[in-house]
Design a binder for this molecule. Structure first.
Ligand SMILES: [Mg+2]
Length: 223
């Protein structure tokens, strides 16, 4: 019997396109204004120092805007960019300019599970801090309280069986008692190996895999 649910975010309860089509363009659009306003802050100067080291020269404001903007276009996974984007997004969420989209069927089902006393957990590669920011500023308002806990890659990679065993231990249930829903076959495969019940979420651009039972909407999930 399923006693708890573990959910992936992107491609499962929120559109995959959000990061690429909303978050990245937002950070690019706000880059110049944000750096102008926050240039002298120590945390920002620290990021600029890291970025300067990366390009091998000391960046002034104008050059920094140019450099970060290029890195966003190139989708570079480097710390100074990730950190700067984190600050820009935080401001965007707090001001209400950014709001996290959720699939309505997922939101409704999560609420229903809450009412029935089934705890819901999140496992995403975005940091727990980013997850909390996301869920406290959604299209449905602050829904942090609908979740019993958040996991990120600090517990281990989403593609390693041991991570799921550790999560089960933290939740305090046997793996067989936890349902994991994700769009990613690699994640589902290892979670199943760890003993979890799994369902593949198939949204817009996800290829259904024959290996797993699929759902096209959370309405289809019966615990
Ligand atoms: Mg996903």
């Amino acid at each position: 019997m399923v006693k708890a649910v573990l959910l992936d975010i992107e491609g499962t309860i929120a559109p995959l396109s959000f990061v690429k089509e909303i978050m990245f363009p937002y950070s690019k659009r706000k880059l110049c204004e944000f750096l102008e306003e926050n240039w002298d802050k120590p945390v920002i100067q620290e990021i600029i120092r890291d970025a300067s080291r990366e390009v091998g020269k000391e960046l002034n404001l104008e050059e920094a805007v140019e450099t970060f903007s290029r890195w966003i276009d190139e989708d570079r996974k480097i710390t100074p960019l990730k950190e700067l984007q984190g600050y820009i997004w935080e401001e965007g969420f707090k001001s209400g300019e950014l709001r996290a989209p959720l699939y309505e069927d997922a939101y409704k089902k999560i609420k229903e599970w809450n009412e029935k006393g089934v705890p819901v957990y999140i496992y995403s590669s975005g940091s727990v801090k980013a997850q909390e920011l996301f869920f406290s500023h959604t299209e449905y308002g602050n829904i942090l309280n609908l979740f019993s806990g958040f996991f990120d890659t600090k517990i281990g990679s989403k593609k390693e069986k041991e991570s799921y065993l550790r999560i089960a231990e933290k939740i305090g249930l046997n793996p067989e008692e936890i349902l994991f829903v994700s769009d990613n076959p690699d994640e589902l495969r290892v979670a199943r190996k760890a003993g979890f019940k799994v369902l593949q979420s198939v949204r817009e651009d996800v290829q259904p895999s024959e290996e797993f039972k699929k759902i096209y909407s959370f309405e289809e999930i019966e615990l």
